[in-house]
Design a protein around this ligand. Structure first.
Ligand code: AP5
Ligand code: MG
Ligand code: ZN
Length: 215
């Protein structure tokens, strides 16, 4: 399966990708996670990316596309992959078409997870992430078994810097201006499928699998 996950900030891309990667046994590639790990390790890339991410803006295309190109060329992507949060602009989508053609690959589906803006704000403000492995939780919708402790690795949960309310509103604005046009782009390629995000994570997974034609 070669899959792109589209959707606004907080739509549940990362949450569903974690479930799908287990089901299909393929890597989950999140450009947001790659930037966050570079920020944590204070690399040159991290320093550049941080300036944009903390304002709710997109990291420039020329920085982002090369990261994805290198990642898709790795061995484990031969069996398939889930791209989460890339592409996010029309030029990124055109670049992806080009590199996949060079690698002799085709996307199977572009899955858009649709959630209304009011719901997105609630989700992002309650999100907590594991500081070690990055797994996402929600204080109400998806709490860990022990308060503030990751179920998978036992590390502490923290709030993402860009989940502050002001930054969240900017991220939503950026999404509507720069990323939403990709829905039309992939509709025109005949690749778009849609899942309406539900109130429960497992119900959203059912919608996602139905959209992908998988049981
Ligand atoms: P990125 O990390 O990709 O953030 P995002 O797109 O803003 O999306 P999120 O990770 O916030 O949300 P999600 O859809 O993964 O939701 P989640 O599953 O966590 O990017 C961060 C930044 O990096 C960008 O702003 C940009 O600056 C930069 N960047 C990244 N890629 C880039 C690119 N290609 N080009 C340029 N810049 C780029 O769920 C959210 C919460 O809701 C969680 O708490 C979860 O537990 C809860 N939840 C999930 N599903 C449900 C449900 N069904 N019901 C109830 N709660 C739910
Ligand atoms: Mg995410
Ligand atoms: Zn963890």
């Amino acid at each position: 399966m070669r899959l792109v996950l589209l959707g606004a900030p907080g739509a549940g891309k990362g949450t569903q990708a974690d479930i799908l990667k287990e089901k299909f046994g393929i890597p989950h590639i999140s450009t947001g996670d790659i930037f966050r790990s570079n920020i944590k390790n204070n690399t040159e890339l991290g320093k550049k990316a941080k300036e944009y991410i903390e304002k709710g803006l997109l990291v420039p295309d020329e920085i982002t596309v090369n990261i994805v190109k290198n990642r898709l060329e790795e061995e484990d992507c031969k069996r398939g992959f889930i791209l989460d949060g890339f592409p996010r602009t029309i030029p990124q989508a055109e670049f992806l078409d080009k590199i996949l053609a060079e690698l002799n690959m085709n996307l199977d589906y572009v899955l858009n997870i649709h959630v209304p803006d009011e719901e997105l704000v609630k989700r992002l403000s309650g999100r907590r992430v594991c500081q070690k492995c990055g797994k996402s939780y929600h204080v109400i919708y998806n709490p860990p078994s022990l308060e503030n402790i990751c179920d998978d690795c036992g590390s502490n949960l923290i709030q993402r810097d860009d989940d502050k309310e002001e930054t969240v509103l900017n991220r939503l604005k950026t999404y509507h201006q720069q990323t939403e046009p990709l829905i039309e782009y992939y509709k025109n390629q005949g690749k778009l499928v849609t899942a309406i995000g539900q109130e429960k994570i497992e119900d959203t997974t059912k919608e996602v699998l139905k959209a992908l034609g998988v049981n």
